[in-house]
Write a protein that binds this ligand. Sequence first.
Ligand SMILES: [Zn+2]
Ligand SMILES: [Zn+2]
Length: 138
Amino acid sequence: MRTTFAEGGCGCGAVRYTLLCPPTDVADCHCRMCQRYVGAASVTWATFPAEALEGVRGGVTWVASSASARRGFCAACGTSLFFAGNAGSSPVDVTVVSLDHPERCPPTAQIWVASRQHWVALLPGLPAHRDGGGDWAP
Ligand SMILES: [Zn+2]
Ligand SMILES: [Zn+2]
C-alpha cells in the first residue's frame, strides 16, 4: 500500500502535489537567486528524492534558472513550488510553505547567509553557512 508523507499546492489551487516520504534535508536559503525567483527575503526548501514527488496535478511552468537547474512555478498564479537539478536522478526541492502543513518541515540549517538581507534575523540555534553548506548542493 502506498504511503503519503504530505500534500501541498500553489496559492490559486490549480497545482497540487503529493510527497511520499519525509525530506532528507530542510534549509532556509538566503541566496540572491531564490530572493529574485521567489520574491522573498529567504526561502525554506525541503529536499526529497525525485521519485518522492508524485502526482503533480495542474500546469507547472519550468524555468531554467541556471545552466544546471530549473525552477517550477504554477502556470496560473506563479507560486514558486519546485527546484531541481537537470540530471534525471537529481533530488527535488519543494517550497516548505506550499505544503498544507509547513510546520512539519522546519529548517535545520540556514544557507547562503552571506547574501542575507540586513533586516532579516538569523534563526538562533541553527547552523548558518555563508555558502550552501557541506551537505547542500545548490
Ligand atoms: Zn496557482
Ligand atoms: Zn537559494
